[in-house]
Design a protein around this ligand. Structure first.
Ligand code: NDP
Length: 392
């Protein structure tokens, strides 16, 4: 039915490939392309040589992407590389009139700042070309946006406040490692915090605001306010919203290591000179840290990511909590990847499936909460990410 091209061959991509192969009735032809062909080969050997084709591509180069797309002739491209490649891949999809999906919004390599502006700017051109881009089809962003749309549709006349709560309680046994790409992860968590209230963005120092939240199946954990990209689209699409915040858990050891690395300049994103060579400190740090795709086997514990919404239904104030719990070891058993990759890769496959079945299909550049949440919520239960809902 659908011919898809997946770009990137890291931890999340591995899960996307496994899940697309499981949904073979929809994804009849799968090509996996990345910068390092050997990483594509490894995944190909795991899922079966006949299951997917592989190719090499530098996704920073629009011409290379166009050549590959013209050869593979996919119905859509799944961008599972890094946020730095969003604009080049979107441009290549536009040039070839092919649908697009990603899991994280564009970030400029030289500035630790992410926003939708440059991707939303493609909207009219995508509309004119009669193609669709689905932005942020991971867990957060992704499922968290769909949770909000679901609550809006079924539980509230008006949502006033949203708190997104992200807990990774996995233990990989290392003193310090990140669960997904270290460069992206460390840039995100060492940046200033930001939340939206009464129509304006309020900035905080990194890790300045902390709450303790009792995560079902995990327990009480310190959770720190961060800026996270789904807030930007939620304030635009959930009407009547007064406040939206995002919290993520961090252990003491992680925070101490991060502070120390930051203090000595190891999180720097600007080039420095070292023994006559130019290096970027955070990229050098990435080389030293364990590769996130190798953490799967050793990571034990669970993730719990959810949304707490407060608002009005028939004039009565309500507070509803909706969340998913994912077990690292279960995720590894199924896909040879830990739960952070699993919880991102499964929604990416579901987004692509709904697009290819024409269930989620509109022309232009769209965010997850702009679609009917029900078919996505059903798929989450079927594809390995069941969710729970309760009134607080
Ligand atoms: P990895 O670093 O494990 O994998 C990234 C892959 O992209 C690697 O295979 C890498 O190739 C490839 N890549 C990088 N640059 C290029 C390029 N120029 N051309 C071709 N391929 C390239 O990252 P993850 O799998 O952990 O993350 C993938 C994406 O998922 C990221 O965008 C991340 O931000 C996002 N994410 C989203 C989440 C969500 O909930 N929405 C949560 C977690 C992650 P090489 O191996 O050669 O370096």
């Amino acid at each position: 039915m659908a011919n898809i091209l997946i770009i990137g061959a890291g931890g999340v991509s591995r899960v996307v490939v496994y899940k697309c192969v499981q949904n073979r009735d929809i994804f009849t032809k799968i090509t996996l392309a990345s910068r390092t062909l050997s990483k594509c080969k490894l995944i190909q050997e795991e899922v079966g040589k006949d299951s997917i084709d592989i190719a090499q591509v530098d996704a920073d180069c629009v011409d290379e992407l166009v050549t590959l797309i013209e050869k593979v002739k996919p119905d859509m491209v799944l961008n599972i590389a890094l946020p730095f490649q969003d604009l080049t891949i979107m441009e290549a999809c536009l040039k070839t009139s092919v649908h697009y999906l990603d899991t994280a919004n564009y970030e400029h390599p030289d500035e630790a700042k992410f926003e939708y502006k440059e991707q939303w700017a493609f909207h009219q051109r995508y509309k004119k070309a009669e193609i669709m881009a689905l932005l942020g089809s991971g867990f957060d962003p992704g499922v968290t946006n769909v949770f909000c749309a679901y609550l809006q549709k079924h539980y509230f006349d008006k949502i006033e406040m949203i708190d997104i709560l992200d807990c990774n309680d996995g233990d990989h046994g290392y003193a310090f490692a990140t669960n997904f790409n270290p460069e992206i992860n460390l840039r995100e968590v060492s940046s200033k915090g930001k939340y939206w209230e009464n129509g304006e963005w309020i900035e905080t120092k990194p890790m300045e605001i902390k709450i303790s939240w009792d995560y079902p199946q995990i327990g009480k954990r310190d959770s720190y306010l961060l800026y996270h990209e789904e807030m930007e689209s939620l304030v635009k699409h959930i009407k009547g919203l007064k406040r939206v915040r995002f919290f993520m858990t961090f252990g003491e050891s992680y925070l101490t290591h991060m502070k120390c690395l930051e203090n000595v300049g190891m999180l720097g994103i600007k080039e420095i000179e070292h023994n006559g060579q130019k290096i970027i400190p955070i990229q050098f740090l990435k080389t030293l840290l364990p590769d996130p795709s190798t953490l799967g086997e050793r990571t034990k514990g669970k993730t719990n990511i959810g949304v707490v919404a407060t608002g009005l239904k028939d004039g009565v104030r309500k507070k509803i909590y909706i969340y998913n719990v994912c077990d690292h070891q279960e995720a590894f058993k199924e896909t040879k990847a830990q739960a952070v990759s699993y919880t991102t890769g499964v929604p990416a496959m579901i987004g692509a499936k709904l697009m290819m079945k024409n269930i989620w299909m509109q022309k232009g550049v769209l965010n997850m909460e702009q679609f009917d949440p029900d078919p996505f919520m059903e798929e989450l239960n079927i594809q390995g990410l069941p969710w729970f809902i309760k009134e607080l």
